[in-house]
Design a protein. Structure first.
Length: 480
């Protein structure tokens, strides 16, 4: 078998190992060399593997020549006797309207179109033309970003769509085939493809990796692309095993609540650290399936806080979520705050120093100095506030919110806002908004939305020397 035919044989094996003989494949074709080679290769195998092929193309409307690419794919499909589903989406306008990153918007839009088309033609899988070069580039980019096993395992032959609502698997049969081999085959076969000029722009990280970093590494270690593809395959197997272990731990420990996920703290901490990390990440993405921004540092801070076990302490996560320690329970989400707060039928007068209890809450007040300031606010208990004592207007009260209440939150240059609107933006659970305790001063100004934020009026300033420590915690009966 000559080298040119070898890649087709690899493609055959990938189909047999992936979606299988007799499958319907939706082939994503941009018009570039990789996807054009994939389409021609599948056409050559169509009869022997009993494949039904349908072409899909999305015009992102990001380049003046994008319409030419769409026309090229249409003509190519027609010449091969294949159905072609084409759509044009103004991706830049969508990104601006939704306030999203352009590249991420293009990616989501593309996968949404492919999923819709796959369902329409009853496809068994969506065939994508990612090559060994793409795999190497992806692994290097993830390594530069500081990824864990999830990122370093790269792409796999069959994988779920990144869209949570999608059900058609992604099929990447070219992961062990280098881009140069495909271009050489296309040239020998006198087959045409389109060139995307943006692939040469060095303003994008992937292009810098493609044109600068990867060639340098390949020169130092020839065959690097193939070795990275094998490494990804090995790491993918490790990842699959770890996912199985995570699933078992999840089924045993995780309790799903409305707006939160809970774990028994002692059992959670007996797990190996890699499983703790994966459970925490899974809990967060269970609540935010379309969010990708959860950093290693945030996970590590949350796990350290869980290990310390100080009840009421919380670590900040993206999207206004927290990991909160509640007695012997770890809670991921926003609902955790409700357990440390209760409805106040009447305003509660606070002492200048000391402790006061109601049937539901215990409030501790004391004067402290700047040494009480935490090293990191995100590890500071949600049930505790530090205020600038020198500027307070006594007496202080704890009470429930009032209709049309306004307050001065941090970061708005002293502008007041509707408290309920602020709560909605901060994603305070709806059920809490009418009874979440507020700390107010003698002029009825809101100083602290308990469990959420100290406001502008009482914030600690660089010149503040005398501070007021206020802790609002559930009584023993409420906190068990």
């Amino acid at each position: 078998m000559d080298a040119q035919a070898a890649w087709l044989e690899r493609l055959r094996h990938a189909v047999e190992a992936g979606p299988g003989v007799g499958s319907t494949l939706l082939v994503a074709v941009s018009g570039g060399g990789d996807s054009v080679a994939l389409l021609h290769g599948l056409v050559r195998l169509r009869e022997s593997l009993a494949l039904r092929l349908v072409v899909a193309h999305l015009d992102h409307a990001l380049r003046p020549e994008s319409g030419t690419d769409a026309a090229f794919v249409g003509h190519l499909s027609l010449s091969l006797g294949l159905q072609c589903l084409r759509e044009r989406r103004e991706v830049a306008a969508i990104a601006e309207r939704e306030g999203r990153n352009l590249e991420d918007t293009a990616r989501r839009t593309r996968y949404a179109l492919l999923e819709s088309a796959a369902r329409a033609v009853h496809a068994n899988a969506i065939a994508l033309a990612h090559t060994a070069d793409d795999q190497a580039e992806t692994m290097i980019m993830h390594l530069l970003r500081g990824a864990g096993l999830d990122g370093l395992k790269g792409m796999t032959l069959l994988a779920p769509s990144p869209l949570p609502e999608a059900r058609t698997p992604l099929f990447r049969p070219l992961l062990f085939i280098e881009r140069a081999a495909l271009r050489e085959w296309l040239t020998l076969q006198n087959l045409l493809w389109q060139e995307d000029a943006t692939n040469e722009e060095l303003s994008r990280l992937r292009n810098r990796v493609r044109h600068r970093i990867l060639p340098f590494l390949e020169e130092e270690r020839p065959g690097l692309r193939t070795r990275l593809a094998r490494t990804a395959q090995s790491l993918s197997a490790d990842h699959a095993w770890l996912e199985d272990e995570t699933q078992r731990a999840w089924q045993r420990l995780a309790k799903l609540r409305e707006g939160s996920v809970e774990f028994p703290r002692r059992s959670f901490l007996t797990l190996p650290i890699p499983l703790q990390r994966r459970l925490l990440r899974r809990a967060f993405f269970q609540l935010h399936p379309t969010t990708r921004d959860l950093s290693f540092e945030q996970v590590e801070q949350a796990l350290a806080l869980a290990a310390r076990g100080v009840s009421g302490a919380r670590a900040t996560l993206p999207d206004h979520d927290f990991l909160t320690v509640e007695q012997e329970t770890l809670v991921v989400g926003k609902e955790a705050v409700s357990r440390a707060t209760s409805y106040l039928a009447e305003p509660l007068l606070l002492p200048r120093a000391g402790r006061v209890e109601t049937g539901r809450l215990t409030v501790t007040v004391k004067e402290v100095g700047r040494e009480a300031l935490p090293g990191a606010w995100n590890a500071f208990p949600a049930s505790v506030a530090l205020l600038d004592r020198e500027g307070l207007q006594w007496p202080l009260f704890l009470r429930s919110p009032r209709p049309e209440e306004r307050w001065l939150p941090l970061g708005l240059a002293g502008q007041s806002v509707q408290l309920k609107e602020w709560m909605a933006k901060k994603k305070v659970p709806l059920a809490q908004r009418d009874y979440l305790p507020l700390l107010v001063d003698g002029e009825d100004q809101v100083l602290w939305v308990v469990g959420w934020q100290v406001g502008e009026v009482a914030r600690v300033r660089p010149t503040s020397e005398r501070l007021l420590y206020v802790a609002v915690e559930p009584t023993a009966a409420e906190g068990g």
